[in-house]
Design a protein around this ligand. Structure first.
Ligand SMILES: NC(=O)c1ccc[n+]([C@@H]2O[C@H](COP(=O)([O-])OP(=O)(O)OC[C@H]3O[C@@H](n4cnc5c(N)ncnc54)[C@H](OP(=O)(O)O)[C@@H]3O)[C@@H](O)[C@H]2O)c1
Ligand SMILES: [Zn+2]
Ligand SMILES: [Zn+2]
Length: 363
């Protein structure tokens, strides 16, 4: 696979993992020149999604090294191609997981390009020109404008960055199941991490009763007081799990690691839905009994389309929804990845890409 093409002439400073140790080191690489449908973006902030960690360590066996992670990107447009519509220099913009799709299939034509068979990601993907995509742990991005969104003026660029992946990934299933406009349902969120904490905020904002199902006792007070969850279940506590059997209409599973589905399925009412967005590297065991005795469904989904990403951001602008972040300088990315691995983040690390770090040779 070609890493670059002759059109890749822009030298960019960034940070990459070179092998499956996942260690992130400074890395200079080339991006394509701004094409007629491209915008060039000076990156300001980039969230650290758990997917970055999966990619950096080759958890899913599909990483092409060097990998420049990052797909929760906010920044400012510095250049606009002649065929670009809707963007101008100086615009505050965001780029998420989507870098390219075929533009012609039934999914691309119906604003579901996230389900295009030719979907390519912003990091560790292969762009139309055959080059490997390098993500947002870098100073500059060149993106096709059809995969770029506007960040509402009132949202801070750092706390908005994780909305580009974590936000849309949990907004989409809630919207798909009619939960944006029909309040009063009982919603469960499994795993209170980057995705999970935004899911709690959305489910609350949409007027639902929200239960967090977590492995971390230390998150109970925060879940309730800071994020506004109504209930908290410690998944290792059999009594608490038992008391909640058949109580929830819809559960969003955001867990990154191996875990059992059986006890989670039992929390669903009859005809309830378990929607999986977390992506553990090992297959789940799917027990038949909680499905057949409860007519329950198990589904999954990946992010959301671009149009809906804009809709989600506009909703966040209107209702002042942002992420709870820990802002770090680029020289602390490895420390942040270690902490993310140990489930020690409240609730998303965001890299201040444009910051000056004394320890960093490139800045
Ligand atoms: N489908 C998509 O489009 C999409 C988009 C983005 C990310 N993802 C995937 O979604 C997953 C979550 O991403 P994230 O950035 O939110 O990660 P994260 O911040 O690390 O949060 C994951 C949470 O899951 C819980 N958890 C972790 N390991 C667990 C285990 N073995 N058993 C039970 N609970 C566990 C923890 O919450 P508690 O402490 O509360 O238990 C943790 O905070 C990752 O696999 C990521 O690749 C998918
Ligand atoms: Zn992500
Ligand atoms: Zn397509």
């Amino acid at each position: 696979m070609a890493q670059i093409t002759p059109n890749h002439t822009l030298a960019v400073y960034g940070w990459a993992a070179l092998d499956s140790s996942g260690k992130i080191v400074p890395y200079t690489f080339k991006r394509r020149e701004n094409g007629v449908k491209d915008v060039t973006i000076k990156i300001l902030y980039c969230g650290i999604c758990h997917t970055d960690l999966h990619f950096a360590r080759n958890d899913w066996g599909n990483t092409t090294y060097p990998v420049v992670p990052g797909h929760e990107i906010t920044g400012v447009v510095t250049k606009v191609g002649s065929d670009v519509k809707g963007f101008k220099e100086g615009d505050r913009v965001g780029v998420g997981y989507l870098a390219a799709s075929c533009l012609h299939c039934e999914y691309c034509k119906t604003d579901q390009e996230n389900y295009c068979e030719k979907l390519q990601s912003t990091s560790n993907g292969v762009f139309w020109d055959g080059s490997i995509t390098y993500g947002g742990y870098s100073k500059l991005l060149v993106a096709d404008y059809r995969y770029v969104v506007h960040i509402p003026e009132n949202l801070p660029m750092d706390a908005a960055a994780p909305l580009l992946c974590a936000g849309i990934t949990v907004f989409n299933p809630l919207k798909d199941h009619g939960l944006v406009t029909s309040p009063g349902k009982k919603i469960g969120v499994v795993g209170l991490g980057g995705l999970g904490h935004v899911a709690v905020k959305f489910a609350k904002a949409f007027g639902h009763h929200v239960t967090v199902i977590s492995t971390s006792p230390s998150k109970e007070a925060e879940a309730k007081q800071r994020l506004g969850a109504h209930d908290f279940i410690l998944s290792s506590n059999v009594n608490q799990m038992q008391a909640a059997v058949r109580s929830l209409d819809f559960i969003l599973d955001t867990v990154s690691g191996e875990h059992a589905l059986l006890p989670i399925l039992e929390l669903l009412k009859v005809k309830g839905t378990l929607f999986i967005v977390g992506a553990p590297d090992k297959p789940f065991e799917l027990p038949a009994f909680p499905l057949i005795f409860g007519k329950r469904s198990v589904k999954g989904g990946i992010i959301g389309g671009i149009k809906e990403t804009q809709e989600m951001l506009d909703y966040c602008g209107k209702h002042n929804i942002t992420c709870d972040i820990e802002l770090i300088t680029p020289d602390r990315v490895n420390e942040a990845m270690e902490r993310l691995d140990k489930n020690d983040v409240r609730y998303r690390f965001v890299i201040d890409i444009a910051s000056n770090s004394n320890n960093h040779p490139f800045i």
